[in-house]
Design a protein around this ligand. Structure first.
Ligand code: MSP
Length: 649
């Protein structure tokens, strides 16, 4: 039996959990469940990060002691996870004794080895980052992440000799191509390492300034810097370095983080491990950010998505499925309830739910709900669906194992859609009418036994749904350790003839899209409109008047510069010459489809009179028109070169 170890970031307890925390934890849970049904002994860790300036400040603002405060917010995380069906093996808190012991032991060891030294340091300290910054990190004299000027602090502190391990780390990353994945983040880390000599890491804070932390074992006037403390949670939970769990699981350690904490995990952590005489983790898996309307979630904008309210409205499995299916792992993705409802209705209610209820009710109708005994005389369409099934299960397993969840689920849904077509083409109702019981039995058996396998593959992402399906397929209570997905991809059968099945099932009721409340027009305008409306033909729903169309000013222009948005993966900053005094800046969601070079010099159609709006900090003065083609995107343009600014009519 092999082992697998998956961790989430341990979340700060200065705010309540939101969509981003839920996503990481759902991914880790799905991966843990996947490994369980792949037959691996799996350990899944999540928890809370409870020390440091940020927490101390949040506690003070709430009028509580740090301890009261962390207990309360950590409790909110611990209560949330069961509602999202999170099956963690352990929940770690950095204020626990077991963790304090690990941190102090590792610190002492690295200190004894001579890799921690004391030195006076004057630097620019950002309280938001809880780090010293350099001039290079600042934008207009401020920390770009917190929009605040750092404070100059001069103090004596302890430093970890991180620079000593820079060359080793670079070589290690070069020798292990999937140590950090996806590749874009590996490249980002390599370029950080190429930028110059790494600074040594300041790993202490004097108690005179901050007392909410783990005391240094070799100097009681100081507490440990929060990252040096937090990263070690991954070792505490598996009883490093002597424990049995450590021996078993550490060689298979997979960390899961978002891109915001790439540097601590890709640079601080492996060098800390090296200095402590331990092997690096196996993989660092890095995902992108969930955005809301292309904007970062933030309390001040008021666009923070509450995972609990999503689960209450749509159910836990549709929410999990949507997150896993929609985000291309490693890239940013946009969250919207409309998109969630779209997937729920299309993939879940129409495709999977419909298929399952059709198959169960036909079994009921033609075989009294009992699994028929197949003669296994297969026809071409049976062989076709069986080979699609093998392909799709194999694709699912390969992609899921590499954290490519969208691709894995798409592979599985090819089979779900294929099975719906199989029902249509084999027409069991016609076979029943013709009393061809042998053929009917074969067809129904193929569908039922594939439904069982679909349920097993769906389980990591939608455990409740899968367990319901399996129960209705006569499989009893589900026990992941009784399954090995690898053996399921290519095998026929495994569903016992003669089993009594449930009558029917409705796995996913369809959901109506939330209707946008129409904004009440100001009274005066209403009057005018009603006079006009009396004269004009009433517009069909979903159509617009010609006069409305005429309001849209579309022009052809040439792209004169183009670059990537510095922190939004999907956006390009495009300057288009429309024959005006200055080129227009358009912030276009085209980065997934075009590199900046590919857009340079192209003539594009721009909606030129859209009201300017800010997208991720940049003003967009129009919109570039494009059309989807074969999963990619084509730009709309004139059939030959035209003068910049020519009007489209
Ligand atoms: N406490 C540190 C982590 C220490 S790990 C040794 C921390 N905590 S955090 O509460 O800020 O959590 C950051 C993590 O939350 C991200 O890395 C990611 O996993 C998740 N997310 C927070 N916002 C997110 C999005 N908008 N989108 C996706 N995930 C994000 O950093």
């Amino acid at each position: 039996m092999s082992q697998f170890y998956i961790t989430t970031p341990i979340y700060y307890v200065n705010a309540k959990p939101h969509l981003g925390h839920a996503y990481s934890t759902i991914v880790a849970d799905s991966v843990a469940r996947f490994h369980r049904v792949m037959g691996d002994e799996t350990y899944f860790l999540t928890g809370t990060d409870e020390h440091g300036d940020k927490i101390a400040q949040a506690a003070e603002a709430a009028g509580q002691t740090p301890k009261e405060f962390v207990d309360q917010i950590s409790g909110i995380f611990q209560k949330l996870w069961p509602k999202l069906n999170i099956s963690n093996s352990d929940f770690i808190r950095t204020t626990q004794d077991r963790h304090i012991k690990t941190v102090q032991r590792v610190l002492q060891q690295v200190y004894d080895n001579g890799d921690i030294y004391k030195s006076e340091y004057e630097g620019l300290y950002c309280y938001g980052c809880e780090q010293f910054l350099t001039e290079k990190d600042l934008v207009d004299g401020k920390c770009p992440d917190h929009d605040k000027a750092p404070t100059v602090i001069k103090e004596t502190n302890y430093f970890f000799r991180m620079s000593k391990y820079q060359d080793w780390l670079k070589q290690y990353i070069l020798d292990h191509p999937d140590f950090i994945r996806p590749e874009r983040y590996r490249n980002e880390v390599l370029s950080m390492l190429d930028m110059g000599v790494l600074d040594d890491l300041c790993i202490s804070r004097p108690k005179t300034r901050l007392s909410w932390g783990i005391e240094l074992p070799f100097d009681t006037d100081y507490v440990t810097y929060v990252w040096f403390d937090a990263l070690l949670n991954y070792l505490t939970a598996i009883d490093a370095p002597e424990g049995e769990k450590f021996g078993k699981f550490w060689p298979h350690a997979n960390h899961l983080v978002a891109k915001d904490i790439l540097k601590p995990h890709a640079i601080f952590w492996p060098t800390m491990l090296k200095a402590a005489g331990l092997e690096p983790y196996e993989h660092l898996n890095v995902h992108g950010y969930w955005l809301v309307k292309d904007t970062k979630m933030s309390k001040s904008i008021g666009n923070v998505v509450d995972p609990l309210s999503m689960v209450d409205t749509y159910g836990v499995d549709p929410f999990r499925y949507f997150l896993m299916r929609e985000m291309r792992f490693g890239r940013d993705a946009s969250f919207s309830e409309d998109a969630l409802v779209g997937r729920l209705n299309a993939d879940l209610a129409n495709d999977l739910g419909n298929l399952f209820s059709r198959v169960l009710s036909m079994t009921q109708k033609y075989f009294g709900g009992v699994v028929p005994d197949p003669s296994r005389k297969h026809q071409a369409e049976d062989l076709e669906i069986l080979s699609l099934a093998t392909r799709s299960f194999t694709t699912f397993q390969e992609h899921f194992g590499k954290f490519e969840f969208g691709e894995a689920l798409e592979g599985l849904w090819e089979l779900v859609r294929g099975l719906n077509k199989y029902v249509d083409s084999t027409q069991p109702w016609a076979l029943a009418k013709a009393e061809d019981t042998e053929r009917l039995g074969n067809v129904m058996y193929v569908m039922l036994m594939l439904m069982r396998k679909v349920a097993l593959h769906v389980w990591p992402v939608m455990p409740d749904t899968a367990e319901k399906m399996l129960l209705q397929l006569g499989q009893g209570e589900f026990a992941p350790e009784s399954v090995n997905l690898t053996d399921e991809a290519d095998s026929f059968g495994r569903l016992e003839p003669g089993l009594q099945l449930a009558k029917a099932s409705n796995l996913f009721p369809r959901v109506e899209k939330k209707k946008e409340e129409p904004k009440a027009a100001p009274k005066k305008e209403k009057k005018k409109e009603s006079k006009k409306a009396a004269k004009a033909q009433p517009a069909e729903p979903g159509t617009i008047e010609f006069a409305d169309f005429q309001k849209v000013d579309m022009r052809v222009g040439t792209v004169v510069s183009c670059e990537r948005h510095p922190d939004a993966d999907r956006l390009l900053l495009v300057k288009v010459d429309l024959g005006e005094e200055e080129p227009r800046q358009v912030v276009a969601g085209l980065a997934e489809f075009f590199t900046p070079d590919e857009l340079m010099g192209r003539q594009v159609v721009v909606v030129a009179n859209l009201a300017p709006r800010k997208l991720r900090g940049y003003t967009s003065q129009g919109m570039i028109l494009a059309v989807r083609k074969d999963g990619g995107m084509e730009l709309l343009t004139a059939s030959g070169p035209v003068k910049g600014g020519s009007k489209v009519s």
